[in-house]
Ligand binder design. Structure first.
Ligand code: HPA
Length: 274
């Protein structure tokens, strides 16, 4: 695994002149952030040795290098979900490669279903904790060069980045929620009772991604910031129909707010203070 990661990273370094400081994983309906990235250099996943290939909508997926908010970034356009049939090593492989590209922090976005009664469709939620209901990506022989056997998870989402986000959102006049993200395998959306269950165990929103990548990033000591778009609502007594199309539509509507916040955060981000 380690050799594969290093080989992918050295290939990327040989092709791209930008040395990224920030990794970004672009989730469902948030691809528009890409249009704000300047000085782009692009690598197709299919051209990078050992990279998994994306199955979604005929896109193989791409790594987009460039400048956003004055910081050098690498953005993943197309991520890998466990429900697509990838194993956890594949789902998290790009994050490990990004570590070897020397990123100093990771931004993640996704779409999720809200269980918190104070939430509305279209809200943005800062993820401040998670509950993992997927297989743990660190199961198996630990690679000591990546991180410890038993990683600390007391601060899965960086508190300084959360505070920065709240400040930036406040200045922009954008309302943000905060809460705990429950990560499930999917691909089914939740039944009303499952939404209710996830709410009672402490979740505010539920989705099918992010947690594996965050665990792997924290294993390697990378500070993480993650934000979710609440694309639908669920609960014991809420029988709301959810569809992939609706998730995409609401995701696209909230895209501009998310882009403004992330760009503002990058502008103000001080790596040394993380
Ligand atoms: N459940 C799981 N994943 C999701 C949801 C949901 O309600 N909405 C968007 N992604």
């Amino acid at each position: 695994m380690l050799e594969k990661i290093k080989k992918s990273a050295s290939f990327v370094k040989s092709k791209v002149t930008i040395e990224p400081e920030v990794g970004i994983i672009l989730g469902t309906g948030l691809g528009g952030l890409v249009h704000s990235i300047e000085q782009q250099q692009i690598l197709e996943y299919q051209d990078i040795p050992n990279f998994p290939l994306s199955t979604v909508e005929g896109h193989s997926g791409r790594l987009i290098f460039g400048v956003l908010g004055g910081k050098k970034v690498v953005a993943m356009q197309g991520r890998f979900h466990f429900y697509e049939g990838y194993d956890m090593g594949q789902v998290t492989f790009p994050v490990r490669v990004m570590k070897f590209l020397n990123i100093k922090c990771l931004f993640v976005s996704n779409a999720s279903g809200g269980m918190n009664k104070a939430f509305s469709v279209g809200d943005l939620m800062i993820i401040n904790d998670h509950i993992n209901c997927l297989p743990n990506p660190l199961i198996g022989k630990n690679i000591a060069e990546l991180g410890p056997r038993f990683p600390d998870m007391s601060e899965p989402y960086n508190k300084k980045m959360i505070a920065l986000c709240e400040g930036v959102a406040g200045k922009l006049g954008i309302k943000v929620q905060k809460g705990c993200y429950v990560g499930t395998t999917g691909p089914t959306f939740e039944t009303p009772k499952e939404y209710g269950y996830f709410q009672r165990i402490g979740g505010d929103a539920v989705g099918m991604s992010t947690v594996p990548e965050v665990i792997v990033a924290r294993h390697m000591g990378i500070p993480v910031f993650a934000m979710s778009i609440i694309t639908d609502l669920g609960g014991d007594d809420i029988a709301m129909n959810v569809s992939h199309e609706e998730v995409q539509k609401v995701g696209a509507m909230a895209e501009k707010k998310m882009t403004q916040i992330m760009t503002g955060m990058l502008q103000e981000l001080n790596f040394a203070a993380l």
